[in-house]
Design a protein around this ligand. Structure first.
Ligand code: DAH
Length: 359
């Protein structure tokens, strides 16, 4: 409602805003309008004395009416805020309490290790391949040059699947793959050399769980087949990998070994990441830790994949990211990687990638 005085009308929106003010803003507004020293209405009343008598009466009445409206609005708002505060306190809500921090998820340490290893090989020009976790005996064992009566094929060592074999696949019972090596066969059959792939995936063995064994664990297989590939390529590539993944100064060594699908075969050790070679309980006093098996692809394997073994040679490796995560993070028991112990997860976790950050 207009008072007929623009300076007073200009205060109308502020009067109407009072029911929306919080406690602090309300007191500040009270001082600004009605404060004894600097309130705008106080100043208007003080200015009355300087006006002619008629004006003084009319203007004074308008100022006083507005002052009354402001006073009523202030006291109503104060009462309303006090009432709200009483209700919150009765309900036990304390708005001054700090909020709960949001739990930011982290990548699982094994996922992180797999991504990092695959990333290093991708930089070297390796593609990523995958294969099925339910395999046939042919891919898992026979094509990889395991003799037909190899003990790994025993029911006690391998988990067989109680289902008829897939008709289109080469013969043999169905099983949960015991390693990622069968994907070497699938890769070479699908695409002739030159081939350079890394193959991450889960594998399954009929093993009891203990501090260093799981019945289901991850592997990363590597395979390079081309003309003129030699053991020098194998050593140089795997040394490069160890230096990138662990540290540039990490020492490595290759020990002779045996796998049916490689000839010659080797196991690769890196210097113990905890004691750096002096010997500690983690490396059983040897100063070394085994990280992978490797070797030159056996000519029989190449022939099983219809690759001319006179023309092409290759090398392969297989490593276990679960075990490598233990080395990387100094974890004493592989079972910790499966548990939900927050103290462990917070110690080894890192903020996960935001969406879109992954390839
Ligand atoms: N498949 C082997 C295992 O699970 C690991 C392995 C060893 C893979 C040597 C390879 C290799 O490709 O060349 O124990």
């Amino acid at each position: 409602m207009s008072t007929g005085y623009p300076d007073l009308d200009a205060l109308q929106p502020r009067l109407e805003a009072i029911p929306t003010l919080g406690a602090d803003a309300l007191e500040a507004e009270h001082t600004a309008v009605l404060g004894r020293k600097s309130g705008v209405l106080t100043a208007a009343l003080k200015g009355l004395a300087a006006l002619p008598v008629d004006d003084r009466k009319r203007y004074g009445a308008a100022v006083n009416r507005l002052k009354g409206q402001f006073e009523a609005a202030f006291s109503e708002r104060r009462e309303r805020l006090a009432e709200e505060r009483r209700r919150r306190e009765a309900a036990g809500v304390d708005l001054t309490m700090p909020g709960r921090q949001r739990w930011v998820g982290a990548e699982h340490p094994v996922t992180h290790v797999v991504d990092e290893i695959v990333g290093i090989f991708r930089e070297l020009g390796f593609a990523v391949a995958t294969g099925p976790e339910i395999e046939t005996e042919w891919y898992n064992f026979l094509a990889l040059n395991f003799p037909a009566d190899h003990p790994a094929m025993d029911m006690h060592d391998t988990l067989y699947v109680d289902a008829p074999p897939v008709a289109a696949e080469p013969a043999g019972k169905l099983l949960l793959r015991t390693h990622t090596s069968p994907v070497q066969i699938r890769t070479l059959l699908a695409s002739p050399p030159p081939v350079r792939v890394v193959i991450p995936g889960m594998v399954y063995r009929n093993d009891a769980m203990d501090a260093s064994h799981l019945p289901a664990f991850s592997q990363i297989e590597g395979l390079a087949v081309d003309e003129g590939i030699s053991f020098v390529d194998l050593k140089a590539t795997l040394n490069h990998f160890a230096h990138r993944f662990f540290s540039p100064a990490t020492r490595t060594r290759f020990r002779p070994s045996f796998f049916p699908f490689t000839e010659p075969s080797a196991e690769m050790d890196v210097e113990c990441q905890l004691c750096h070679g002096s010997g500690c309980p983690a490396c059983k006093g040897t100063g070394w830790m085994e990280i992978l098996g490797c070797g030159m692809v056996h000519p029989a394997v190449l022939e099983n994949c219809r690759v001319d073994a006179e023309r092409f040679t290759g090398w392969a490796f297989g490593m276990g990211p679960h075990r490598i995560a233990l080395l990387r993070y100094g974890v004493p028991d592989i079972r910790l990687l499966l548990g939900g112990d927050m103290r462990f997860l917070e110690a080894v976790g890192r903020p996960g990638p935001r969406s879109g950050e992954r390839e």
